[in-house]
Write a protein that binds this ligand. Structure first.
Ligand code: GLU
Length: 500
């Protein structure tokens, strides 16, 4: 690679960051780190009508949480700053002027009403009105009025925009790292607005100017921007600048059915599509963080939405992803979003956590439930985590350790036969006699008692479990017995005898 790698994530702060945006940020991050380059974040807020307060802070917080914070951004290493386009407002006009001077752009005065009328007339004839080479010479712009007149009208304060003068009858030969060679006819393009009379550039102009000034080597972004690539390449040509390389990432598709995963799908189908929770006055959208996902798990499953390393490997640390990431292995076709698989990833990362750190997290859950305990939470976590996807799941899996069962599973009750209460009473006596109250010793003593007295295992073990747990689940029974202790065990058996 010739140029030093500098890539950017350029979100518009119009709301919370959708998971597709996070994936774009991640792929940029991975690419930058892989090539010892720079990953920067530029806030594209030129469209003031779509500005949403809090969105920018949300984006920064989300990337921080995921561990993929940019090297340069607003307030951080502003080497080519400012990094917020609204703070760069003064920069763009000269570039619009430059394109006017070189004949690559023109002023257009057509009013919104006039354009609307043209649109409607075309529609009535079953056609679409496009402001392009075929009509621009008939409209109200500096191609049809003299330069002096145009200058005078602007001086008089008349509303105008600057439009790109798309070349006619040219074939563009474009290259995308993921999609390969793309041929495009310029006649299909409209003359996009680059600059507005209110002094603000549009996305297209600001994006190109900034990518150039901020020395962007590669533009890695979502597929929805592919249609803008011809215009962007033409803009680089118009300015006489070397264009960056382009890579358009595949869409993220709905889990079922067709089409792009939308911001609404998550809340509709009960899974998060945002990294962090997002609250507005009307509604709250779920976030991965608040739903108990580990950031490493989110990064891992996002990395596999459209990329793989060519092997069956699915679990990758961030460092490994950096090492292995390759744009050449990114798919062209859309990647289905699978919320069940996301849970699976979280499950895997939960198993990797140390028992002590899981216990610390679980103690918070217990405290929220008003439970203070002297039990060995670390051991409880260690015995039960295998079945948990989230720290919160641990509560459902282990609540009986902390709170004695108050009712018993209907189906399991059939194991409580006529002679069960008597056997349970004998069991109490056996337990009372054990002084080394450890799991393996209790097991040895109880089994010896069963063997000597020729009592079937199931006859005792099932009601025993039912007494302690309330249902037929949980880890090795004698581990439970040791953890809750002799006194509590006996109390629970007694209670079962009395109630069942
Ligand atoms: N501001 C655009 C967005 O919201 C950036 C597109 C690009 O990366 O060029 O996605």
């Amino acid at each position: 690679m010739s140029k030093p790698v500098r890539v950017r994530f350029a979100p518009s702060p119009t709301g919370p960051l959708h998971i597709g945006g996070v994936r774009t940020a991640l792929f940029n991050y991975l690419f930058a780190k892989k090539h010892n380059g720079v990953f920067y974040l530029r806030v594209e807020d030129t469209d003031q009508t779509r500005f949403v307060p809090g969105a920018e802070a949300y984006i920064m917080e989300a990337l921080d949480w995921l561990g993929i914070a940019p090297d340069e951004t607003v307030g951080k290493n502003e080497k080519f700053g400012p990094y917020r386009q609204s703070d760069r407002k003064e920069i763009y006009k000269q570039y619009a002027d430059e394109l006017i001077a070189s004949g690559w752009a023109y002023y257009a005065f057509d009013s919104a009403e006039k354009l609307d009328e043209l649109r409607k007339t075309a529609e009535a004839k079953g056609q679409t009105f496009i402001y392009n080479h075929s009509v621009r010479d008939t409209l109200d712009n500096s191609l049809t009025v003299s330069r002096e007149e145009a200058a005078q009208r602007i001086a008089n304060g008349e509303a105008y925009v600057v439009r790109f003068k798309t070349p006619v009858n040219e074939t563009l030969y474009l290259h995308d790292i993921i999609r390969g060679d793309i041929k495009f006819e310029t006649n299909l393009l409209d003359d996009k607005v680059l600059f507005k009379g209110d002094g603000m550039p549009t996305y297209h102009l600001a994006n190109i100017v900034d990518d150039h000034l901020m020395k962007t080597s590669h533009v890695i972004r979502g597929e929805e921007w592919l249609p803008s690539m011809p215009l962007h390449v033409l803009l680089y040509k118009a300015f006489g600048w070397e264009a960056p390389e382009f890579a358009h990432l595949p869409l993220i598709l709905k889990p079922i059915g067709n089409g792009k995963l939308s911001k609404r799908d998550g809340d509709k189908m009960g899974f998060p599509v945002f990294p962090l929770e997002w609250k507005t006055e009307e509604s709250t959208s779920m976030g991965y963080r608040e739903n108990g996902f580990f950031p490493e798990a989110v990064v891992n499953f996002l990395a596999l939405l459209g990329w793989n390393d060519g092997t069956e490997q699915e679990i990758f640390s961030l460092e490994e992803l950096v090492q292995k990431f390759d744009l050449a292995r990114v798919n062209k076709s859309g990647a289905k979003f699978d919320p069940e698989k996301n849970k699976w990833f979280n499950h895997q990362y939960l198993q990797k956590q140390s028992d002590t750190s899981l216990a610390t997290a679980f103690e918070k859950v217990l405290a929220d439930k008003g439970i203070s305990t002297t039990l060995d939470v670390t051991r409880i976590v260690s015995l039960n985590k295998e079945r948990a996807n989230f720290v919160n799941d641990l509560w459902d899996l282990t609540d009986y350790f902390f709170v004695a069962p108050t009712n018993y599973d209907e189906k399991a009750l059939k194991n409580w036969k006529e002679d069960t209460s008597g056997l349970m009473q004998q069991l109490i006596a056996v337990l009372e006699g054990i002084s080394d109250f450890t799991s393996s010793n209790i097991e040895t003593v109880v089994k010896e008692w069963l063997t000597v007295n020729e009592i079937g295992m199931g006859k005792v073990m099932q009601p025993f479990r039912l007494s302690l747990v309330g249902k037929m689940m949980g880890p090795h029974l004698f581990d439970i017995v040791e953890i809750i202790g002799k006194q509590e065990t006996i109390q629970r058996i007694q209670k079962a005898i009395n109630t069942i």
